[in-house]
Ligand binder design. Structure first.
Ligand SMILES: Nc1ncnc2c1ncn2[C@@H]1O[C@H](COP(=O)(O)OP(=O)(O)OP(=O)(O)O)[C@@H](O)[C@H]1O
Length: 263
């Protein structure tokens, strides 16, 4: 699918047109997930969390496509959390997002320093994820957004499911659509039906400015997630429908925002 959209040219005040090729293979499953889980409602203000990874950067382009073409109107803003760790330098995103006509929020917080003070030797990664999420909620509330969009995809959901079964004996995974504990924000994962390799191909094809994340704390220990990712991808070679089947199995538990879906 080829579409054109206006972007602000930072050098000139007038707008220029950007031609972007969005493959149907990405647009269709995202459209289906948005519709199946009623992720977007009229006048929603959606804050997309972009780390600079291939998934959230791709999702930015996909949501801009829907912004221009969806039958309902919604607003889109973007937030990046800079955890101030060596090995992750997201500052380049500031100039990238200046090119687009969307509000962009860059929040910097010394998460590593905070971790040294507040936690004693347990997982830095889960501490960092918790603080980052809190900061995203803070920005959403401060700037008047009612929905937070995250870039996890089908591979992430499948890995979480298998990890939860194997480690905790529980059949659960990340939700595609749910409401936070404070009940003031909806969280959506529009890439819930999309495979990681599709996003990697898209990011490569249009040369997205992917930010390398080599945070020393994450890279010190090859995570369980990486182990299960390889496990599933190996199994997929024997069972080509593996992810399709896992999605069918997960579907009934992906939506926890039903109570707000009838308005
Ligand atoms: N520092 C950050 N700033 C903004 N959003 C973030 C940040 N870290 C994670 N996120 C959000 O959480 C999602 C999942 O994060 P995760 O760490 O699994 O992916 P990632 O390695 O950041 O890369 P990607 O953008 O490719 O998903 C991201 O897709 C993004 O929406």
């Amino acid at each position: 699918m080829v579409f054109t959209s206006k972007i602000n040219n930072p050098k000139n005040t007038h707008t220029i047109k950007l031609r972007m090729i969005l493959p149907k293979l990405l647009v269709k499953p995202v459209g289906r997930a948005i519709s199946d889980f009623k992720m977007i409602k009229e006048r929603d203000k959606i804050l997309l969390a972009v780390s600079g990874g291939k998934d959230s950067l791709s999702l930015f382009h996909i949501l801009r496509h829907f912004l221009a073409s969806a039958p309902i109107s919604f607003e889109l803003g973007v937030v990046t959390i800079d955890p101030q760790v060596d090995g992750f330098e997201p500052q380049a995103l500031k100039s990238f997002f200046k090119k687009f006509d969307v509000p962009y929020f860059f929040e910097s917080f010394p998460i590593m320093k905070q971790a040294e003070k507040s936690m004693k030797g347990n997982s830095y990664c889960s501490f960092c994820a918790r603080i980052k999420r809190g900061l995203m909620y803070q920005v959403a509330r401060r700037e008047g957004y009612n929905v937070l969009a995250l870039g996890q995809h089908l591979d992430d959901l499948a890995e979480s499911l298998i990890m939860s079964i194997c480690h905790n004996g529980k059949i659960q995974t990340m939700k595609a659509h749910y409401i936070n504990d404070a009940k003031d924000l909806r969280i959506i994962r529009p890439l819930a039906y999309v495979r990681e390799r599709q996003l990697a191909n898209f990011a490569k094809t249009i040369c997205l400015p992917v930010i390398k994340d080599s945070c020393p704390a994450c890279y010190q220990m090859p995570t369980e997630r990486v182990h299960f990712k390889h496990w599933l991808l190996t199994e997929e070679k024997r069972t080509p429908n593996l992810y399709k089947n896992l999605l069918s199995a997960m579907k009934p538990m992906l939506n926890e925002a039903k109570e707000c879906l009838n308005d």
